[in-house]
Design a protein around this ligand. Structure first.
Ligand SMILES: *[C@@H]1O[C@H](CO)[C@@H](O)[C@H](O)[C@H]1NC(C)=O
Ligand SMILES: *[C@@H]1O[C@H](CO)[C@@H](O)[C@H](O)[C@H]1NC(C)=O
Ligand SMILES: *[C@@H]1O[C@H](CO)[C@@H](O)[C@H](O)[C@H]1NC(C)=O
Ligand SMILES: *[C@@H]1O[C@H](CO)[C@@H](O)[C@H](O)[C@H]1NC(C)=O
Ligand SMILES: *[C@@H]1O[C@H](CO)[C@@H](O)[C@H](O)[C@H]1NC(C)=O
Ligand SMILES: *[C@@H]1O[C@H](CO)[C@@H](O)[C@H](O)[C@H]1NC(C)=O
Ligand SMILES: *[C@@H]1O[C@H](CO)[C@@H](O)[C@H](O)[C@H]1NC(C)=O
Length: 433
């Protein structure tokens, strides 16, 4: 009895809401409200039906330069005040069922460390040291020389942000992963004499228990790579990496690109480098789906590569390094490929995610197969099976990359220009060690 009377007012309020919508005379099909708070905390909002029909007049300014960040929440929707809920939220839920389940009962977003406005990249969690390693691509070193990497010590509470200068030092890692206890860095910097030594883009390992590094690759038949940007290590030890041209645009190498933008597979046991894709303007993030239970190391595995060609620059040595521009009509897409059963090639290229904001930069695959991409001031979580955006984490800094940490790989650290943040949720990372 009591519960049925308590239920009545809620039912009535739904009726009242429906009436109010009708009296607004919204054209058929318009989603109303577009946005509402939902989920266990006030920092979560749901976007109803992907806001697939907005009331007129609405307009989203497209950016054609790097200084204006054109984002979905900046869309002006004159006839829906609920859209103003977006900018203050930490989590934007697009798929309510899968999204709220993924966030769990107590999702949190914490801004952890203010850092300089340079690119922060190559995050790698080492379970052996319980530390998170990452790189900064610009900073003050005196005298000028190698930039130290950054290390978040997770053995103390609160976590502590320190520096690491490896032996020998490594110039500007831009991507990283861990395999058999060794951190693999995609090295993006190239300089005749930095800190007194020469270094070229390639691949190097760091042993996090000794801080010793070893260079595994530094050339392609004598040419310099452009910018070894991101990488993963396959079960057989092959290192798959992207080589866009950003180091030249961003003045991290003294030599203009000598090679087309492309992605490669490097076999450390023989030294052989094989091109695996040359279809992208600026191949950037690269990641592999998890090995499935009772499957071989190559069965049903997918490789994803993001093309961030909407951010690009000019490659002539005579013009020097001039930074990059952004163009919203350029490439900003994540592509999926199938790994062949011999583990040597990727086939069946198809787009799976067209970034809603800016460009897909860092890219990783969660344990459940969902792809996660750093896209401008946030991170998108997408189910590649149906290509649906599930949730977006919203940040106040441009995210370049991220990594899961902890014994259960449930904490998620994001980093980029000016910030390092931590998310706690129910989306588990792959076990990398
Ligand atoms: C960048 O684009 C925005 C949006 O179109 C515009 O308002 C701004 O003036 C532009 N800035 C520069 C430096 O061109
Ligand atoms: C709201 O909708 C009406 C009717 O379509 C339209 O005339 C008006 O310009 C809209 N207002 C805004 C601020 O977009
Ligand atoms: C090489 O590195 C040195 C710092 O050791 C720096 O002063 C110089 O500008 C760099 N050269 C180029 C061409 O980037
Ligand atoms: C490696 O570097 C870190 C950070 O500077 C330091 O805390 C640690 O003691 C070093 N490890 C070794 C084995 O030198
Ligand atoms: C994997 O194989 C084991 C042993 O045959 C079986 O118990 C388990 O259910 C299988 N797992 C999946 C996901 O099929
Ligand atoms: C933006 O990119 C498109 C497609 O790549 C190109 O046609 C256009 O000229 C570019 N615009 C600018 C301002 O760079
Ligand atoms: C982002 O937010 C944090 C905490 O709210 C603040 O300390 C930081 O300065 C902000 N960063 C930027 C770039 O606005």
């Amino acid at each position: 009895m009591k519960s049925s009377t308590a239920f009545r007012p809620a039912f009535l309020s739904v009726l009242i809401f429906t009436c109010r919508t009708t009296t607004q005379n919204l054209p058929p099909g318009v989603i109303s409200p577009l946005v509402q708070t939902c989920g266990p905390t006030s920092k979560i909002v749901c976007i109803n039906h992907y806001a697939s029909v907005m009331p007129y007049h609405f307009y989203r300014q497209a950016s054609d330069n790097a200084s204006y960040e054109d984002t979905f929440p900046k869309t002006i929707v004159g006839n829906d005040s609920s859209f103003s809920l977006l900018p203050g939220a930490d989590f934007l839920v697009f798929d309510q069922q899968r999204g709220l389940e993924m966030l769990g009962t107590a999702p949190s977003y914490e801004f952890m460390f203010a850092v300089n406005d340079a690119v922060h990249e190559a995050p790698v969690y080492s379970p052996a040291t319980n530390k998170l390693y990452l790189s900064q691509l610009r900073g003050n070193t005196s005298p000028p020389g190698f930039l130290p990497q950054l290390v978040v010590n997770l053995n103390v509470d609160p976590p502590y942000l320190g520096e690491l200068l490896s032996d020998p030092p490594i110039y500007a890692p831009n991507g990283g992963t861990i395999h058999n206890g060794l951190i693999y860095w995609g090295v993006s910097g190239g300089n005749d004499s930095i800190g007194g030594i020469e270094e070229r883009p390639g691949i190097a390992t760091l042993d996090p228990t000794t801080n010793k590094t070893v260079t595994l690759l530094n050339n392609h038949f004598g040419h310099y790579f452009n910018t070894v940007d991101d990488l993963f290590v396959a079960d057989n030890g092959d290192v798959w990496f992207t080589d866009p041209q950003y180091s030249w645009f961003n003045a991290l190498t003294d030599t203009a690109p000598q090679l087309n933008s492309a992605s490669y597979r490097f076999r450390p046991s023989t030294g052989v480098v094989t091109m695996i894709d040359d279809t992208m303007v600026q191949p950037n993030g690269i990641a592999i789906s998890p090995r499935m239970e009772n499957c071989s190391a190559t069965e049903n595995r997918k490789v994803y590569i993001s093309d961030s060609g909407a951010v690009t620059g000019t490659i002539l040595q005579s013009l020097g390094s001039h930074g990059t521009g952004f163009n919203s009509t350029g490439k900003r897409t994540v592509y999926a490929f199938d790994l062949t059963s011999d583990g040597n090639h990727i086939i069946n290229r198809r787009p799976v995610w067209f970034a809603q904001d800016f460009i897909p930069d860092g890219l990783k695959v969660a344990r459940n197969g969902w792809i996660v991409a750093g896209t401008g001031t946030g991170v998108d979580v997408v189910d590649p099976d149906d290509g649906a955006l599930i949730v977006r984490i919203q940040t106040n800094f441009t995210v370049q990359n991220f990594a899961w940490t902890g014994t259960d790989y449930m904490d998620f650290w994001l980093m980029g220009n000016s910030g390092i943040a931590r998310v706690k949720w129910n989306l588990q990372g792959q076990e990398l060690k």
